[in-house]
Design a protein around this ligand. Structure first.
Ligand code: NAP
Ligand code: GDD
Length: 380
C-alpha cells in the first residue's frame, strides 16, 4: 500500500497538508524508479478520453490514482470503474471551489492533472457562459485549491517539494493561425468561446507559475483520438459511421467542413507527454503533436477504404455542421517536446484511423449496432 492510502482512509477530516513540510516534500522526483509507489495523482476529467488513458499510464508507473467525478449519479462512473478498477474516486466539480479544496485536502496529491472541460467546440457557442465557467474559470479554481491547500500566498512561496500542476491547453488557442507549424512561441487567435476559455486557462497557469513560484505547466496538445473518443468528435463520428454503414445499420454519413485540416495523433501517446512534463526540473509549457496534418476529407477517404468502401457513395455534406468560425488548418511543431522531454508519437495517422474503424466494427458487431460505451453523442 502506498503512503497515501492510509491518509486517504481518514477521509474528509484531513486538514490542508503543508506539502512543503510533509514527507513528500523530500521525496524524489516522479521519474525516480525507486519510489514510484509513494506518488499520488489527482485527475480531473477522469471520465473523459484522456483521463482514462492517463490513469492507465500512471497506474502502470506505480502511482496511486484518484479521479474527480461530478454529479450524484454520473453514468460514466460505471465506465471508469469497469475500465480502471484501481482508480479511487473523489467527488468534485470545476464549478464549485469548495469541492476542489476538499478533494485536494482528501487526496493530498503529488500531482494534479486538470483535464476536465467542456471540450466540444460547437457546444461552446451554444453554452458560451458555461464554457467560460468550466473550461476557463475552472482552471482558476483548481489552481486556487492547490494554492490554498499548500499554504502559498503572495508573501509565502512554496519551499521544497510541492504539488505539481498540469493544465490541458489546446491547439484551438492558435485558431486563425499566425504561422505554420505552430510552436510555443506562436501567438494565439482563438476562433471559438472554447478557444478563448482555454487561452484564459493557459495564461493563468503561466501567471500562477510566475506569481507564486508554483510548478504549473500547460501542454498545448493538438487533436488526439482513440476508440474511446467521444462520438461527437469528427474522427469517432467517422469511424462509427463507417462501421454502421459496413454492417448495414446506416447508409449515409452527414458531415460538415471536409476541407478543415488537423494534426491528429493517438491519445495514448499524448498522456505520456503530460506525465513527462511534470517530471522535469523546470516548469515550462510544451506543444505536443505529430507535425503532420490531414484534411477531414482525407480522414474520410482513409476510413471508408479500411472496409473497402468508396466514401463518395455515402458521405453527404450538411450545412448544419458548419461552425460560425472555423479553425482551418493546424500543424504542430513539437521540436521542444522532442528535444527536452524525449517525446515522440508511436502511432501514425493511418494506424490510428484503422484502429478506430476496427474497434467500432467489433463494438457494433457484438452490441447489435449500439455504441453504448461511447462517451458522447453527436448533439450539435
Ligand atoms: P472529454 O473526453 O470531453 O472529457 C472531458 C471531461 O471533463 C469529462 O471527464 C467530464 O466529466 C469533465 N467535466 C466536464 N465538466 C466538468 C465539471 N464542471 N466538473 C468536473 N469535470 C467536468 O475530453 P478529452 O478529449 O479527454 O480532453 C481532455 C482535456 O484536454 C480537455 O480539457 C480538453 O479540452 C483538452 N484537450 C483535448 C484535446 C483532444 O484532442 N482530445 C486536445 C487539446 C486539449 P463528465 O463525465 O462528468 O461530463
Ligand atoms: N465534430 C465534427 N463533426 N467535426 C466536423 C464535422 C462533423 O460532422 N465535419 C467536419 N468537421 C470538422 C470541424 O469543422 C473541425 O474543423 C474538424 O472537423 C475537427 O472537429 P472536432 O473533431 O470536433 O475537433 P476540434 O478540432 O474542433 O476540437 C478538438 O481538438 C481540440 C484541439 O485542437 C477537441 O478535442 C477540443 O477539445 C481540442 O481542444
Amino acid at each position: 500500500m502506498s503512503k497515501r492510502a492510509g491518509a486517504t482512509a481518514a477521509v474528509v477530516s484531513v486538514s490542508c497538508p503543508d506539502v512543503a513540510q510533509s514527507p513528500a516534500a523530500t521525496a524524489v522526483g516522479p521519474t525516480d524508479a525507486e519510489t514510484p509507489l509513494t506518488r499520488s495523482a489527482l485527475i480531473t476529467g477522469i471520465t473523459g478520453q484522456d483521463g482514462s488513458y492517463l490513469a492507465e499510464h500512471l497506474l502502470a508507473q506505480g502511482y496511486e490514482v484518484w479521479g474527480l467525478v461530478r454529479g450524484q449519479a454520473n453514468p460514466r462512473v460505471r465506465l471508469v470503474r469497469q475500465l480502471l478498477e484501481e482508480v479511487r474516486l473523489v467527488r468534485g466539480d470545476l464549478l464549485d471551489q469548495g469541492s476542489l479544496i476538499s478533494a485536494v485536502e482528501r487526496v493530498q496529491p503529488d500531482e494534479v492533472y486538470n483535464l476536465a472541460a467542456i471540450s466540444y467546440v460547437p457546444m461552446s457557442w451554444q453554452q458560451a457562459e458555461l464554457t467560460g465557467e468550466v473550461t476557463g474559470l475552472g482552471v482558476l479554481r483548481v489552481l486556487e485549491a492547490i494554492r490554498v491547500c499548500s499554504g502559498i500566498s503572495a508573501s509565502r512561496s512554496p519551499a521544497g517539494r510541492q504539488i505539481r500542476f498540469y493544465q490541458a491547453s489546446s491547439s484551438e488557442m492558435f485558431g486563425k493561425v499566425r504561422e505554420s507549424p505552430q510552436s510555443e512561441q506562436t501567438p494565439f487567435h482563438p476562433r471559438s468561446p472554447y478557444g478563448v476559455a482555454k487561452a484564459y486557462g493557459h495564461h493563468l497557469t503561466q501567471n500562477y507559475r510566475e506569481s507564486y513560484g508554483m510548478f504549473a505547466v500547460s501542454g498545448i496538445l493538438f487533436n488526439h483520438e482513440s476508440p474511446r473518443r467521444g462520438a461527437e468528435f469528427v474522427t469517432r463520428k467517422v469511424s462509427l459511421g463507417v462501421a454502421k454503414i459496413k454492417l448495414g445499420y446506416e447508409r449515409q454519413l452527414r458531415l460538415g467542413n471536409l476541407g478543415a485540416s488537423r494534426d491528429w495523433g493517438f491519445a495514448g501517446d499524448y498522456v505520456r507527454a503530460m506525465h513527462m512534463m511534470l517530471g522535469q526540473d523546470v516548469p515550462t509549457d510544451y506543444v505536443v503533436g505529430t507535425g503532420v496534418t490531414h484534411s477531414v476529407g482525407e480522414l474520410v477517404e482513409l476510413a471508408f477504404g479500411v472496409v473497402g468502401l468508396d466514401w463518395q457513395d455515402h458521405v453527404v455534406t450538411d450545412a448544419a455542421f458548419i461552425r460560425p468560425a472555423e479553425v482551418d488548418r493546424l500543424c504542430a511543431n513539437p521540436a521542444k517536446a522532442a528535444s527536452e522531454l524525449g517525446w515522440k508519437p508511436k502511432i501514425g495517422f493511418e494506424e490510428l484511423v484503422t484502429m478506430m474503424v476496427e474497434a467500432d466494427l467489433e463494438l457494433l458487431s457484438v452490441s447489435g449496432g449500439h455504441a453504448d460505451d461511447s462517451f458522447g453523442s453527436d448533439a450539435w
